[in-house]
Design a protein around this ligand. Structure first.
Ligand code: GDP
Ligand code: MG
Length: 162
């Protein structure tokens, strides 16, 4: 069985767009409306001759525990069902209470955790990217899922981690 990467993060940070970038196809549904429900979907990916499965964890709506609790539960579940977790943050928004909650869960992970600062379409958001070091999840990696900027570097890090 091939290794599994789970992609987690708040609604609308660009998880599905990034998953499409990772798989090189447009199968994950990108939603302009935040929080539109979509189930977990697994896709096959291939990079540098390495095959892996990437799971797009859409469909996590704020429930009784609120968005923070919901995303933390998502991270918990992702950690237990994958070989590595990719946390996606919207660099323009930065780390919210939801990201703090997720990071707290992910810092306990014995599996590799990668941190992507998405929507870095140009250099203007690089400073915001650096501020994500405070999440305690290692190096924040700037990427633009929409334009593909630095997605190759992120994929190199992903296959290294798996
Ligand atoms: P998800 O809810 O986390 O899966 O987010 P989506 O992939 O559905 O994207 C949410 C919105 O963010 C869509 O309008 C995307 O086009 C937009 N988006 C995703 N990645 C980027 C990016 O790198 N740059 C910009 N500017 N917009 C992005
Ligand atoms: Mg999505």
């Amino acid at each position: 069985p091939q290794p599994v990467l789970a992609v987690v993060g708040r609604p609308n940070v660009g998880k599905s767009t990034l998953v499409n970038r990772i798989i090189g196809r447009r199968e994950a549904v990108v939603q302009d409306v935040p929080g539109v429900t979509r189930d977990r979907v697994a896709y096959d990916a291939l990079w540098n001759g390495r095959r892996f499965t990437v799971v797009d964890t859409g469909g996590w709506e704020p429930g009784v525990t609120g968005l923070q609790g919901s995303v933390a539960a998502q991270a918990e579940y992702a950690m237990s069902t994958s070989d590595a977790v990719l946390l996606v943050v919207d660099a323009a928004v930065g780390a919210t209470a939801a990201e703090e909650a997720v990071a707290k869960v992910l810092r306990r992970s014995k599996k590799p955790v990668l941190l992507a600062a998405n929507k870095v379409d140009d250099d203007r958001l690089l400073a915001e990217t650096a501020s994500l070091w405070t999440l305690g999840l290692g190096e924040p990696r700037p990427v633009s899922a929409l334009h593909g900027r630095s997605s190759g570097d992120l994929l190199d890090a992903i296959v290294d981690a798996l």
